[in-house]
Write a protein that binds this ligand. Structure first.
Ligand code: AMP
Ligand code: ZN
Length: 482
């Protein structure tokens, strides 16, 4: 199969040719672990998971190495640790914050059907590699030491700016007005900096006596080098990382290793916004993956629905996240999964599903192909395709996140645009469970509870009939109201 991918560096879609087909190598910038990941963070995780699955399909499961790092040294982590665990020594508090956040992140992205990457390196376990790269840069005049900092000398790299396609003048204009005193040039960026007392610190490179810690960009250069080599196939992340993060990674790695390239293809996903606005805490539209799974817009949404909704838009386009899109995704999957019950997997994934994916991950084209399979009742192939794509194929009803009697419809108002989320009917087994609970309540003369269950079912269009069996024992049957 011919795979074509869009490269941010050359701004063109090109046939993908791995450096080594026996070890296809991809690096994606991972989370900074200090808080729950939001649904924008879920986008690169899902997009590059689909690419990982596709590469494994084309080159073989054991022939693809996917590295996604964990950034566990960062000012935001330090601040969170001091805030949440004021009684603990800072380093211990930091370990708590990073350890817990990493666990939350894994639970969340597992629920979204994402495979774990082949390697998930932590920045703090690669300090030695970072120091080595920094020493190489200093030795070649690409970096300098000033006031216990090490800075990358941007003027020493004639290629700087090629990824972001910005001229030095443009980048200068964007550089901060208040230039730090340790910078020779406003564009220069930090490779290493001193740690404040109590903060995590390691022996410094460049003959600096005081201990210090790495800058953010050098982490990824070091981890990619360690796990994928000086050059690899694909480097990914969100579009916001193009400048400065990836531009700086590229400069560091190419200058240190005397290579022309770091990755052959640079891929960036577009941004996600919520109900037409940038997601931000102050606007009150900030949604974490966890909230979405446990209760957002009135419901606890299955991870599959989030994954499907996310793939409805091409990865390079911006996504406008709405409860309506999520609800539609859930309804489609619910219908399909119902029809797939008892259907076995077809041995192959149909070409019409793979072909759009191979064309720069055209996931909306792929979803159109899934709809066509469903319509044509090619259910075994639909199941094979969905399984390959990371969907569970397990029909799950929407759960109200708030307690109280269920109703069949729930109005959700967001930005004054009401949407109606329809709760899917219960499965027969779930209805029987509720009837059993009601029978138990009646036996205990808990009429309030037995009425509540009857009303809850009635609101979903399920009518109960109480009677007696041949032995005179009470039995309850049900039927769906038309
Ligand atoms: P961060 O933890 O902010 O470094 O982000 C982790 C990953 O999520 C990076 O690849 C970011 O580019 C990506 N990302 C952050 N916010 C969004 C968003 N709103 N939409 C899409 N991707 C995002
Ligand atoms: Zn990175």
């Amino acid at each position: 199969m011919d795979l074509r991918l869009y490269d941010t560096l050359t701004k063109e879609k090109r046939p993908f040719q791995p450096i080594d087909a026996a070890n296809v190598r991809m690096y994606v910038c991972g989370p900074t672990v200090y808080d729950f990941a939001h649904i924008g963070n879920a986008r690169p995780v899902i997009v590059f998971d689909v690419l990982f699955r596709l590469l494994r399909h084309v080159y073989g499961d054991q022939q693809v190495t996917y590295v996604r790092n964990i950034t566990d040294v960062d000012d935001k982590i330090n601040a969170r640790a001091a805030r949440d665990f004021p009684g603990l020594p800072l380093n211990e508090a930091i370990r708590k914050v990073t350890g817990e956040t990493e666990k939350q992140f894994h639970a969340d992205v597992d629920a979204l059907g994402c495979l774990r990457p082949s390697v998930e390196p932590r920045a703090t376990e690669h300090i030695a590699e970072m120091r080595t790269i920094i020493e190489m840069l200093i030795a070649d005049g690409h970096a300098y030491v000033e006031q216990d900092h090490v800075l990358f000398n941007v003027a020493s790299d004639p290629h700087y700016g090629t990824l972001a396609r910005r001229s030095l003048d443009e980048m200068m204009a964007g550089a901060r007005v208040d230039v730090a005193p340790y910078k020779r040039d406003a564009m220069d960026f930090v490779l290493w900096k001193p740690s404040k007392p109590g903060e995590p610190s390691w022996p410094s490179p460049g003959g600096i006596e005081a201990e210090g810690r790495p800058g953010w960009h050098i982490e990824c250069s070091a981890m990619a080098w360690k796990h994928l080599g000086k050059q690899f196939d694909i480097h990914g992340g969100g579009i916001d990382l193009v400048f400065p993060h990836h531009e700086n990674e590229l400069a560091q790695s190419c200058c240190a290793f005397h290579e022309e390239r770091m990755a052959n293809i640079w891929m960036h996903n577009g941004f996600l916004q919520v109900e037409g606005e940038k997601m931000s805490k102050s606007l009150g539209n900030f949604v974490t993956i966890r909230e979405l799974r446990e209760g957002w817009a009135g419901y606890a949404w299955p991870g599959d629905a989030l994954r499907f909704a996310m793939l409805g838009t091409h990865y390079r386009q911006p996504i406008d996240w709405t409860a309506k899109t999520l609800d539609e995704a859930h309804k489609t999957l619910w219908r399909w999964y119902g029809d797939l019950e008892g259907v076995k997997l077809a041995p192959n994934i149909p070409d019409e599903v793979l072909a759009p994916l191979a064309d720069d991950l055209n996931t909306s084209g792929m979803i159109a192909a899934l709809h066509a399979l469903h319509k044509a009742k090619r259910l075994a192939e639909l199941r094979a395709a969905l399984t390959f794509l990371g969907f569970t194929c397990e029909q799950r009803n929407l759960q109200r996140n708030a307690g109280g009697a269920g109703t069949s419809a729930y109005e959700v108002h967001m930005n004054n645009a009401p949407i109606k989320v329809i709760v899917q009917p219960l499965t027969p087994a779930e209805i029987e469970q509720r009837i059993a609970a009601r029978t138990a309540a009646r036996a205990a003369k808990d009429w309030k509870e037995s009425d509540r269950i009857r009303d809850e079912l009635a609101a979903m269009g399920i009518v109960l009939k109480d009677g007696k069996d041949a032995d005179g024992k009470p039995v309850t049957t049900w039927e769906a109201a038309r």
